[in-house]
Design a protein around this ligand. Structure first.
Ligand SMILES: [Zn+2]
Length: 410
């Protein structure tokens, strides 16, 4: 009794009540417990049934004591994320380091978290950077970041053009940008964030677009020879809601590339890609993602049936990965050989993935279609780290497009 009274008087006197908020664009977090006295909170990602994996979290803390020790514990969400389904493994929600910001603009990383394998929690300890500050799974990239990026690029690069790819199922615009000469002989299509939790893919895309728009002579040459289309966030609805997106209902966004897509932005991308192919211009399609928590290196998924490909077709993929391995030094550096998404079992499902759909619907002697999986669970995967990977990717694309290709009969 004595100690309880003592704690009560302390908490009403010395310490303000700590509160946790997620009612903003991209916000997600259910509070398991709050201990204002110890400045300790325990969170888990919000469960949004039918909206995909509950792995992303992003909250604002109010009422912290600046400079005092702060403790964040993160659990997985135990609920099934789709009807009749299972809970998601906790480690998808538990990066080695948490992202912290005192202004919701510049993000740094916490020291390494400490895992409690018995309770399946991860605890991060750091000093509270402000009375109010933000915590997230990784540096957030939401529709407002996408809109600002496109606005900045258009202002920077005369002749570039913002476009709205589609209006999403929930009525949001899905913006993109065209850079480079509109009537250039070649064209490429780069998109990020079919999986809403994979915020790092949009940061990688931002780095890519910034390099393309920049002053590097190679970037200038690329813009002369090639029209570059870039969409920073495909699944805007789940990103805006702070949902994970992956395995959402009725369909995972990256299993929607069928003859009858559910998502208007997928249908619109298919239409534009098919048009570029029919005009004989499409050279590359790149889909940007983030892989699993154990993948400490960035890598590409290449084409299924790689071994059986006609030699000139396979040579295109080989040339590209050689340039990529040279340019994408990270850190983390890209793996120098393709991986193959063999966890996708059937040809039917493989065909409904964006990269597979593009391969099936474009001229394989002209177009290569790859998926970049940018590692997220290393100390280098800050916003700036991802942007560097994106710039390196862009340089590799420029190398590939300007290299002499194998001629017919070779
Ligand atoms: Zn993904």
């Amino acid at each position: 009794m004595w100690s309880a009274l003592c704690w009560t008087s302390l908490s009403s006197g010395a310490t303000a009540a700590l509160t946790v908020h997620s009612d903003f664009e991209g916000g997600s977090g259910e509070t398991v417990s709050i201990d204002s006295e110890r400045q300790a909170i325990h969170l888990r990602p919000a469960l949004r049934e039918g909206r995909g994996w509950p792995c992303w979290w992003y909250v604002r803390i109010e009422g912290a004591v600046v400079g005092a020790a702060f403790e964040l514990t993160v659990s997985g969400n135990p609920g099934p994320f789709r009807p009749g389904g299972a809970a998601l493994a906790a480690n998808w929600a538990q990066p080695v380091r948490a992202a912290i910001s005192k202004d919701d603009v510049v993000w740094t990383q916490s020291p390494n978290g400490v895992a409690d394998t018995q309770n399946r929690t991860m605890t991060y300890r750091f000093e509270a950077p402000g009375e109010r500050f933000w915590l997230a799974w990784g540096p957030p990239f939401t529709p407002r970041h996408g809109a600002k990026l496109i606005e900045d690029l258009v202002a920077q690069l005369p002749g570039s053009e913002a476009f709205v790819l589609a209006t999403s199922r929930d009525g949001r615009p899905v913006p993109g940008i065209r850079m480079g000469r509109a009537d250039a002989p070649a064209a490429i299509w780069v998109q990020a964030r079919q999986h809403a939790w994979e915020a790092g893919s949009s940061w990688t895309g931002r780095g890519f677009a910034e390099w393309v728009a920049g002053d590097d002579p190679e970037a200038r040459r690329l813009r002369e020879s090639t029209t570059i289309y870039f969409v920073p966030i495909m699944d805007v609805d789940n990103v805006a809601r702070g949902a994970g997106g992956k395995e959402s209902v009725p369909r995972d966004h990256n299993r929607d590339w069928s003859g009858e897509p559910v998502y208007p932005e997928v249908a619109a991308a298919q239409g534009r890609i098919a048009e570029l192919d029919q005009a004989g211009r499409l050279r590359m399609f790149i889909d940007l993602h983030n892989p699993g928590p154990g993948d400490k290196r960035t890598f590409f998924f290449g084409p299924f049936g790689y071994e059986e490909m006609a030699p000139p077709v396979r040579a295109g993929y080989d040339r590209f990965i050689q340039f990529a391995a040279k340019r994408i030094q990270g850190p983390p550096a890209v793996e120098s050989a393709y991986r193959f998404a063999t966890y996708v079992r059937t040809d039917e499902e493989r065909g409904r993935m964006s990269s597979g759909w593009v391969r099936k619907h474009t001229d394989p002697t002209r177009t290569i279609s790859v998926t970049l999986e940018a590692a997220w669970n290393t100390p280098d995967n800050t916003a700036d780290g991802y942007r560097q990977t994106g710039r390196q990717l862009a340089a590799a694309v420029a190398d590939y497009l300007s290299a002499p290709t194998a001629k017919a009969g070779e």
